[in-house]
Design a protein around this ligand. Structure first.
Ligand code: FES
Length: 106
């Protein structure tokens, strides 16, 4: 069961356990983590799961395309490593995955 680390905009760190096959958004919301809301339940239509994948982990996920890329155009403070965390599937070998949370979702 991979351990994921989330860092809030103010530097507060949270470590939670995720399950392989689960999305990063699901892992975060099941753990009631602040900063990830997931209002649409993972349908890629709300962008309240916006997060920044740490640079060291960015190449572990396929690039944002299509609807995810379009939705990311509407978030506050889009960056090169911006992702919708509902589209990031946890896989084996992702123990230590590091995610940064935007200030705008608090
Ligand atoms: S949960 Fe709505 S876009 Fe990710």
């Amino acid at each position: 069961m991979p351990t994921l680390t989330f860092i809030e905009h103010n530097g507060t760190r949270h470590q939670i356990h995720g399950e392989v096959g689960q999305s990063v958004m699901q892992a975060a919301t099941f753990a009631m983590l602040p900063g990830i809301q997931g209002d649409c339940g993972g349908a890629c239509s709300c962008a309240t799961c916006h997060a920044y994948v740490d640079e060291a982990w960015a190449d572990r996920f396929p690039s944002a395309t299509g609807t995810e890329d379009e939705m990311l155009d509407n978030v506050t403070e889009r960056r090169a490593n911006s992702r919708l965390s509902c589209q990031l599937v946890i896989e084996e070998g992702m123990d230590g995955l590091l995610i940064h949370l935007p200030a705008s979702q608090y």
